[in-house]
Ligand binder design. Structure first.
Ligand code: GLN
Length: 283
């Protein structure tokens, strides 16, 4: 059958209230995934053989998508910083705005040539931040941690898929310190307030791990207080800390970083112009 016609047919089967553009994008991704052929070629319209097994698999995927399961979990993959990561419902789906965190670390970590730097990614989830840094900064020796065993497992599979050697450790940021001093500390911890739930999509609320998303309304800096303390204790002189933040809390997190004695504390905006990353340096 013609690939372009099939993609259009699949898009028509998506019943969600998304825009036509969004439905087309999801249909392209699903067809590309199951046919294992480059999207550009499929979009040009070529004759493809679609056997019964493939047709059934695509139908099953569309049924799950229609039940508000994120397409990334249905296909088991998500894109981040130009690379494909394995994901399942044990980990948050990488968000495009988190790429800013990688950009900032790349721009500010500036390791002297050939010198190794120690990088830790706390609350790593899928491992997308730490693994991307390991790929982008060849001098980085990366350590990733998470409280969830399920997340550590996914991060380990992603490290293997991207052929990076990193250390993985189960670690609770809220109660535990770190054994080693590091040059760079990076984290995208849970930061969504309970009261923000009403504006959130069903896909997120019903399928992504709540433990990775939410903090109590009365304790919005739950993770940033221990992260700031760890940065003050465990960063080497001149070391960099960079964290993703809830735009509502950016100014408070900046203050928290200054209170523990970090310097050059700055807020960076995401592509939508919202405060999204706070970074600072150890004196
Ligand atoms: N940015 C994510 C969201 O809005 C939340 C990420 C996080 O809590 N660290 O769904």
């Amino acid at each position: 059958m013609n690939s372009k016609a099939w993609i259009a047919e699949v898009a028509d089967q998506i019943l969600l209230s998304e825009s036509q553009e969004e439905k087309n994008a999801v249909a392209q991704w699903v067809v590309e995934h199951f046919l294992q052929q480059p999207r550009e070629q499929l979009l040009r319209g070529r004759e493809v053989a679609v056997d019964e097994v493939t047709r059934t698999a695509v139908q099953a995927a569309i049924d799950r998508i229609n039940r508000y399961e994120p397409v990334q979990y249905v296909l088991g993959e998500a894109w981040f910083y130009g690379r494909k990561f394995l994901v399942n419902n044990q980990v948050l789906i990488p968000r495009p705005e988190t790429e800013l965190l990688v950009d900032i670390v790349k721009a500010h970590a500036k390791p002297p040539r050939h010198q190794q730097i120690q990088v830790v990614d706390l609350c790593t989830g899928s491992g997308c931040i730490g693994i991307t840094l390991a790929c982008e900064l060849p001098q980085a020796r990366v350590h990733v941690t998470d409280i969830s065993h399920g997340a550590i497992h996914v991060a380990a599979m992603n490290a293997r898929a991207h052929r990076v050697a990193l250390s993985l450790k189960q670690h609770d940021v809220l109660t535990e310190s770190l054994d080693e001093s590091v040059d760079v500390m990076v984290s995208n911890p849970p930061y969504v307030l309970q009261r923000e739930k009403r504006a959130m999509q069903k896909q997120v609320l019903e399928h992504e791990p709540a433990q990775a998303l939410f903090v109590p309304d009365e304790d919005p800096l739950r993770f940033y207080k221990p992260l700031a303390a760890l940065a003050a204790q465990r960063l080497l002189p001149g070391g960099l800390v960079a964290v993703e933040v809830n735009p509502l809390m950016a100014a408070d997190i900046q203050k928290q970083f200054e209170t523990v004695g970090l310097r050059e504390v700055a807020i960076h905006m995401d592509l939508d112009g919202r405060p999204r990353v706070v970074c600072g340096r150890h004196a």
